[in-house]
Design a protein around this ligand. Structure first.
Ligand code: SF4
Length: 314
């Protein structure tokens, strides 16, 4: 499998582009080995030198936040907006499948960025200008911050969105057929069910329409990605695993069934990570040669060596 192209705040790669001439190297533990980074530094690309005066977001009254120099008050808002428009077009052309932002930055922060008011006080309720522009222009794109990726649940959710979006865009950028769309949906059905059964069913109805294929593809993409952005709950994982267990049940004796029900129950109670019941489930499905079930992306949405399903998710 090739590397997945992903945009990233340039300073996270260890490049000295921060305002103080330093960097903020991302301490990744495995994900990066599967990605091909397309770096961006909004401030440098907006024409700011390095090192440079630090900037911050300032909101006057009800106006949208502006980016200004901390001492000089120089206004960089238009320059960043112009840079963002050009850079987003370039990122689309580069075919990126996701973006990893530097947290807390007035340019790159995805959330809780300080916005200063006329009072002089800062409130952590803003979004960096470049991050906001990218997420507004491309809502389907999986985005995360390097700090949030330390959280096992967020890391796992981001990886799932990234690998599914890559598979989806690869399909769309090829020569998609109705059969390929149906196959894609069929293989992703149970993964989608863990995020939202109602949305998974809506996607199934969309696939089965007789509207032109291009129209179906265009409508499938935003619903696919908004479904995956919903939190997968433990209860829905249990439902999906019990459903999958049904595909192997006719080859299981009472002891096997008891063992499988036991580990699914332990997962339901938060005693073992998801990988424990899934490992047993995969084993039984392989023995049963249950083709449709074994083709489910849910069983392995991202490379196993990432170990993302080995953490207990609250
Ligand atoms: S946070 Fe963004 S704008 Fe700031 S140095 Fe890093 S890449 Fe550049």
């Amino acid at each position: 499998m090739g590397l997945i192209p992903v945009g990233i705040s340039r300073c996270l790669l260890g490049e000295p582009v921060r305002h103080d001439g330093g960097h903020a190297r991302w301490r990744d533990d495995g994900l990066a080995a599967h990605l091909r980074f397309v770096p961006t530094c909004p401030e440098v690309e907006a024409g700011m030198p390095t090192p440079r005066e630090a900037v911050r977001l300032v909101r006057i009254g009800e106006q949208a936040p502006r980016m200004v120099g901390r001492q000089s008050g120089a206004d960089w808002t238009s320059a960043v907006a112009g840079m963002a428009e050009a850079r987003i077009a370039a990122l689309r052309a580069a075919g990126i499948r996701g973006f990893i932002f530097k947290s807390q930055s007035p340019s790159c922060g995805m959330e809780r960025v300080k916005v200063y008011r006329e009072t002089g006080y800062g409130h952590k309720d803003g979004v960096g200008l470049f991050a906001a522009a990218l997420m507004a222009a491309w809502p389907e794109l999986p985005c995360e911050e390097e700090g949030r990726l330390l959280d096992p649940a967020l890391r796992q959710a981001f990886a799932a969105r990234l690998w599914v979006f890559d598979a989806w865009r690869t399909l769309r950028e090829g020569e998609p057929t109705v059969a390929a769309l149906m196959d894609f949906h069929s293989r992703h059905k149970l993964l989608l069910m863990t995020h939202s059964p109602a949305d998974a069913r809506a996607l199934g109805r969309l696939v089965a329409e007789t509207t032109p294929l291009e129209e179906r593809l265009a409508r499938y993409e935003p619903l696919l990605m908004s479904t995956l952005a919903r939190r997968a709950t433990r209860g829905r994982h249990v439902n999906v695993m019990e459903h999958l267990a049904g595909f192997a049940s006719d080859t299981l004796d009472a002891a096997d069934k008891g063992e499988l029900a036991g580990v699914i129950g332990a997962f339901r109670r938060g005693e073992v990570p998801l990988e424990v019941p899934l490992t047993l489930l995969r084993h039984h499905l392989r023995r049963r040669k249950a083709a449709w079930a074994l083709a489910q992306v849910y069983l392995q949405p991202f490379p196993a060596e990432l170990g993302l399903r080995s953490a207990i998710i609250a």
